[in-house]
Ligand binder design. Sequence first.
Ligand code: PEP
Ligand code: MN
Length: 272
Amino acid sequence: VKISKSYKLASRDFHPEDTIIDIRGVKIGGENLVIMGGPCAVESPEQIDEIARLVKASGGQVLRGGAFKPRTGPYSFQGVGVEGLTMMAEAGKRHGLLTITEVMTPEYVDICAEHADILQVGTRNMQNFDLLRKLGTCGRPVLLKRGFSATYDELLNAAEYILAGGNRDVMLCERGIRTFETYTRNTLDLSAIPVLQNLSHLPVISDPSHGTGRRELVAPMAKASVAAGANGLIIEMHTDPDNSMTGDGVQSLFPEQFDNLLRDLEKLAPLV
Ligand code: PEP
Ligand code: MN
């Protein structure tokens, strides 16, 4: 694939070897598969603790959960905020998991970096350039989600902002793009995985939860992502999806489905 390259540090020409991000012994990139699992949103200490226990028991390495939620409408639940960061950090520590959470504004980068091991940039903020610049000096690895209408070139240029600030620990995330199809919430662009790995040395993580928006499609698209070469998966799982506080319950796996999926994935690639 030949596209105009205005990015450099993100490019495989510049850095031929795969980047491996080592977070307290968990190595992301290369041959191993990293599994990040958890709810869309942190809801309560009990909720996140129980889900952390289940993620760990199934063999996941990273606990996901949003304390700050980017919602389409202003009256929807916006996340529990700073308290959620503490709840998540405690659950992660108790169960021996790394944590990942979304940060939406530059002002909140420091506090999120204080509490979480990985900072997530959501699809709606992929080109929030002030946020990206701030993440360049945050001292934490960043998972950068592809904007739902962004090209590969735009995604790699967004990564370049973070890299250029001095932070070399960036993961790219395919989380589905907007197409004419309405059956699925987004169309998970599987081609993004090999294309991005060809153009860039950065680890590529797939998000089949937001990429489909439908629980029954998460496992098949997770397996397809691994077959396409993904370095990891970020998957929503909830103990009570029907009563979750965001609309993402419909795409959240039940704990048993999450566990079954990890057993299947183990056959395709070694979990980290
Ligand atoms: C999420 O991970 O819960 C999320 C809001 O993701 P995205 O930015 O991909 O919609
Ligand atoms: Mn979600």
